[in-house]
Design a protein around this ligand. Structure first.
Ligand code: GLU
Length: 408
C-alpha cells in the first residue's frame, strides 16, 4: 500500500495500532493481496456510494476540514469518475464543523444545537467539496435527505429521479441527512445507514464505508489483541453479529453495530459493501490496490433485488389495462407509455404499486406508477407529447418506467 498518512492521522493511529495487534499483524497490514483476501475488487464498481465519516474529515478540536486528506480522497474520486464509474458521496461532518463556529464546545449538544450546528457546517462542507471537485472539473450537487425521502414511495421516486439525473449529467452528488429538519423520530440517525439506503434506492452495486478501522474483526481489537480480521462476509449470521459486539453506550451512531445494520440494508438490495480504512491519504486507491478490508457480498444483482421488491413486497393499489401494442412493447423490455393504456382502476398515488393487465384482463406485470390514478386517467390513450398540455405540468414520458416494472 503506497498511501501516505497525513500528519494528524498518523498521530492518531500510531501507538494504539501497535498495541491492538502484534508485530506480525502490523507488518502484514501493508502487504499486497494475500490468500486470506476476498476476490472482490473496487475496480469492478459501476455505480458507487462512498460514505465519509466525520472523524476522518474534520479535526475534532478545531472543527477544521482536513484539507489535504479531502483533496487526496477527491483525487481518487476523480480517478473513478474518469474511468466512467458513477459515484455518489455520503458525507458526515456538518455538525462537527458547525459546532466550532457557533462556539458549541460542550460535549453533549441538545438536538436544536446539533441542528443549528448542521445548518452552519453543511454550507462549509458543501463549499469544501465544491472546491476540491472543481480542481478536476467535476460539478458537485448537494442532496439533503430525510428518512421519509428514502422510505415513502412517492418521495423515494422523486429523490431517485433527481439523483439518477445528476449522475447522468456527470456530477458527483454529495449527500447528507437533512439534519436541520430531522428530529429524533424521523431521523435515519447515522450516515452508515443513510449511505446504505441511498445505495439501495439508486441500485448501486458497491458501497464503501470509509472508517477508522480497516474492517470487521472476530472480536473488538481494542480489547482482544489477537482478534483476527475477517476479509469476507457471505451472510450476516448471528456469529457475525456477535463479532460486532454491543453498540457503545450513549452513542446512537457509528461503531460496528450500525455498520452491520448498513450492510444488511445494502446486501438485501443487491449492493455489496466494504468497510475500509479511511485514515490514510488516498483511501480508495489503497482499497483498489488491495488494502485490508471486509467485503460483505450481495446475493443478487441490484436490479433483481429491486424487481423482487416491486413484485413481492408491495400491495398493488390499482390496475392498468393495456392494449395489444403496449403489451408487446412491455414484453420486449420497453417502458409503459400512456398511449398504450385503455383503462385505469383503483386509487393510487405517484410511486404506488399497480398491476398491469393484458387486453383480456390477465395480470402481466407489476410496477410503480409515475402518475397518480387521477392524472393517469387524464393522459391515458394520449401521446406523451401531450402530457404537459393535459396536466399543466411536464412530467415523465412513461407512465411506468421499465426499471420500476417487473413482468409476472
Ligand atoms: N449528519 C451528521 C453530520 O453531518 C452525521 C451523522 C453520522 O455521522 O452518522 O454531521
Amino acid at each position: 500500500m503506497s498511501a501516505k498518512r497525513g500528519p494528524s492521522m498518523s498521530a492518531k493511529r500510531g501507538p494504539s495500532m501497535s498495541a491492538k495487534r502484534g508485530p506480525s499483524m502490523s507488518a502484514e497490514r501493508s502487504m499486497a493481496p494475500s490468500a486470506g483476501q476476498s476476490a472482490e475488487s473496487l475496480n469492478s464498481a459501476k455505480r458507487l456510494v462512498v460514505k465519509i465519516g466525520s472523524s476522518l474529515l474534520v479535526d475534532d478540536k478545531s472543527g477544521a476540514i482536513h484539507r489535504a486528506w479531502l483533496e487526496a480522497l477527491i483525487d481518487d474520486v476523480a480517478a473513478e469518475h474518469a474511468r466512467g464509474t458513477e459515484i455518489m458521496l455520503v458525507s458526515s461532518g456538518a455538525i462537527a464543523v458547525g459546532r466550532r463556529h457557533l462556539g458549541l464546545t460542550q460535549r453533549n449538544l441538545r438536538l436544536e444545537e446539533k441542528q443549528a450546528a448542521a445548518a452552519t457546517g453543511q454550507i462549509r462542507l458543501a463549499h469544501a467539496y465544491q472546491e476540491t471537485l472543481a480542481r478536476h472539473g467535476i460539478t458537485v450537487a448537494q442532496i439533503l435527505l430525510s428518512l421519509a425521502d428514502t422510505e415513502e414511495r412517492r418521495r423515494h421516486l422523486n429523490a431517485r429521479g433527481t439523483l439518477n439525473t445528476l449522475l447522468r449529467l456527470g456530477t458527483v452528488p454529495v449527500i447528507n441527512e437533512n439534519d436541520t429538519v430531522a428530529t429524533a423520530e424521523i431521523r435515519v440517525g447515522d450516515n452508515d445507514r443513510l449511505a446504505a439506503r441511498v445505495a439501495a434506492m439508486l441500485g448501486a452495486d458497491t458501497l464503501v464505508l470509509l472508517s477508522d478501522i480497516d474492517g470487521l474483526y472476530s472480536a473488538d481489537p481494542k480489547s482482544v489483541p489477537d482478534a483476527t480480521p475477517i476479509p469476507e462476509v457471505k451472510a450476516i449470521t448471528p456469529e457475525i453479529e456477535a463479532m460486532a459486539g454491543e453498540a457503545p453506550v450513549g452513542y446512537s451512531s457509528g461503531g460496528m453495530v450500525t455498520k452491520l445494520a448498513a450492510a444488511r440494508i445494502a446486501v438485501n438490495a443487491g449492493c455489496r459493501m466494504v468497510i475500509a480504512d479511511g485514515r490514510c491519504l488516498n483511501p480508495l486507491r489503497a482499497l483498489g490496490e488491495g488494502a485490508r478490508c471486509t467485503w460483505f457480498l450481495a446475493e443478487v444483482e441490484p436490479l433483481t433485488a429491486r424487481k423482487r421488491w416491486i413484485a413481492g413486497s408491495l400491495k398493488p393499489l390499482g390496475e392498468i389495462r393495456l392494449d395489444a401494442g403496449a403489451l408487446k412493447a412491455l414484453r420486449s423490455g420497453k417502458s409503459l407509455l400512456p398511449a398504450g393504456v385503455t383503462q385505469i382502476g383503483g386509487s393510487f398515488a405517484r410511486g404506488d404499486a399497480v398491476v398491469l393487465l393484458s387486453p383480456e384482463g390477465r395480470e402481466v406485470a407489476r410496477g410503480l406508477a409515475a402518475y397518480s390514478a387521477a392524472d393517469a386517467r387524464r393522459i391515458m390513450g394520449y401521446n406523451s407529447r401531450e402530457i404537459e398540455a393535459r396536466l399543466g405540468y411536464r412530467g415523465r414520458e412513461e407512465l411506468i418506467h421499465r426499471d420500476d416494472m417487473v413482468l409476472t
